[in-house]
Structure formats: structure tokens, C-alpha cells
Write a protein of this length. Sequence first.
Length: 365
Amino acid sequence: MEIRPADGGTHDARVVDRGSRVRKQTMVNTRSGAAAGRLGDEASPLLDEEAGVSSSKQTSVLGATPRRTLAAIATGAVFVFACVAFAANGGQFDGILKRGFSQGGGDGTVTDLNLNSLPYVDFTGKTLLIVMGMSFSGTSALEGLLGTSGVITDLCKANTWQCENTVLLENMGFINENVHCNPEDVTAEEFAFAYKDFGHKWWDMNKPVLMDKTPQNLCRPTKIRDAAAMLGLKVKFVVLTRHPFSWTSDKHPFNQGYFMEQMIMARNLLKDNSMSTLQVRYEDMAWNMDAVVSSVKAFVPEVANLDPWKSSLSDDSGAERGLPVGEYFQQKPLEWVGKPLKPDTYRLLCQLNYNSDNECSYWFR
């Protein structure tokens, strides 16, 4: 890969072999440490950098996040309700708030996070497997592959978009559908409540590995880790990454600002020695599937078999996302096309183990 400075403070990497040398590199890095029909996380728009708006920073007209605004409105409603109840109850507050707010609302909103309020779920010996990454980095393809193992249960029974948790968390009132990814929107206690609820309703608890594939979990790993600890669950994170040169979609054009935002979170997680993580690169699923299969088996010992020519996702799960990963890349071979990137983007790629032609020696000299 020849690196040449370009105008405007960016550098243009001109790829001579369109990825042949990249295919020789094992693109896997592991480290062990302690409503149906609506589009989900991977349908989030890749906003143009010129717009100056980050998908994770959407705000309401009041200057707060939509969830915060709704919370303020709800607080006012609570106050009015309390005053009316106070008067109707002869000036006695005793029991009013408990009766009114300890139970979930009629819309499914959860207001009582007491885990004992849920039916018993036995998590003994189970592993929580979190699959996440930037949108369009192959999380659905990997989800379909993992489902062929026979030992991993997913959230597909809930009939949500791509079997993700987004709508389920929205229905519980834990996140706002207009916010793409906010590290503060779901607490560890809320995740613990949700996962116990999933164990009761959606996961097949006869299987040893409980999978939650949701791209936007990328910004919430510590909350998920703490939630798993509350439930006595072992948790592992599979992080999907993708190189800009393999991003050739006209429908979802590459956005360097969005890419950096997402991949910084991925890098920080992969470098966190307190987490058990596996990096899988999108390019490897196209060019080095044997390495992906081997790494997953090593990372999740319960997995004995994976079949790239099958998928656990249904054909109606959304466009081509239900295709087996092997068949998908057979129909659409992955291209490798150079594009102008900022120096900081190249340095970040090096930190994510993209160094096929020793280019990192240039960026870190």
C-alpha cells in the first residue's frame, strides 16, 4: 500500500492489488479478561460531516435529549397527579406513590427495577455473548453464522428487527428511539432487568450461550458488564470492525466523522484489559472465514460447529441480511478501494490492527 500525502491535510492510500495482500493477513484479535417491521440500529443514517450533526447527539428543541425532555414532561405530570391524589386522599400521601409507580405502566414502561419482581431465571453456567460494532460492519452476518452453532440462543423469538434489543429496551422505557447511541441512556440496573426479562420471555434457557446482537451496545459495554455481574453471568464481547477501503456502498456512503466516533469506542473496548473481547474484521468474513470460525470457537468454547453456508436469520429479516455469510460474499465479492483519509483515521486503524503493508510504521514513526 503506497501512502502519499494529499491536499487538505488528508492522505490518499492507493491500493495496487485491491486487497490481495490484505487477504493474507489474519484479521482476528482476541483477548480474555475478567417492533417487528421497523428499522433498527443498522438503519441509522450515516450523517454527512458537513451537516455538523452527530447521530449520537440528537437533541430536542429544548436543548436536551428527547429522553430528557420526555422525562421533564413526565415529572410535571407526576406532580399534578400527586397533588390531585393528595387532595382526593384526604391529605394523606401514604401508599399513593407506591401504588402509582411501583408497577409498570400500561405501555410496558418499567418503573420498578427490582429483579425479584420478575419470574425466576436460572443463569447458572450461562455466558452472555454481546455482538456489536459500527452499523454495516457485519454484525447481522456474524449473528446468522453464530446461530448455526446450535448452542447459542438469540432474541429472534421477540420478532424485532434483526433480533436486536432496541425495540425491547424502548418498550421498557429505557431508551428513546430517536437516540442512536448514548452511553448514559441505559443503566446497569436497567440492563440487568432487561436481560432477566429476556431470559424469561425470549432466550432459550436450555442453551448455554445467550446472545444479544445490537450494534449500538458498542457505547454501553461497562453497563452491560456490570449488569451481567448482578445476574451472576459471565459476559464476552465480540466487536466487529471495518476498514474504510472496503466501504463501497452508494446507498450508505462512508462518513469519516461517524467512522472515527464509532471506532474509537471499539478501540477503547478492545484495549480494556478488564473485558473479555474478540475482534472480528468485516474483511475477514469475506477473505479469511476459516480464521473467523477458528477464533470464535476458541473464544466461546461451547461452540463446536459453525457453518458459513447457513444462517439462523430468516430470509425475510431484511434485504440480503438473511443470506449465509458465505453465500453473500460469493454473490457480492468484497471490493477494496482507496479513499482519502485523515492522518488520525490511519492511526486509529493501526490501533485496530490494520497493518497489511506495514503502513503503521509510517504513521507512528
